[in-house]
Unconditional design. Structure first.
Length: 68
């Protein structure tokens, strides 16, 4: 069985201004629901994260590798 994909890079700090994790770009609700999402749902959400982070002026993450 393969490990579920995750955008987490271990920088788990929520930006109060945007309510997004500074490391991965997910909201608290998305982080909390992560374990209940199917792999296709996780991948779809991960595809959105680079644009979220870039919109805040942060470097976009490589969603597959979990790093810039």
């Amino acid at each position: 069985m393969s490990t579920p994909s995750s955008p987490c890079i271990g920088v788990c700090t929520i930006d109060d201004g945007h309510a997004l994790c500074l490391g991965c770009g997910r909201t608290l609700d998305e982080i909390a629901a992560w374990g209940t999402l199917s792999e296709p749902q996780r991948r779809a959400l991960m595809a959105e994260l680079p644009a979220r982070l870039a919109a805040d002026g942060r470097p976009a993450l490589d969603a597959e590798a979990g790093h810039p």
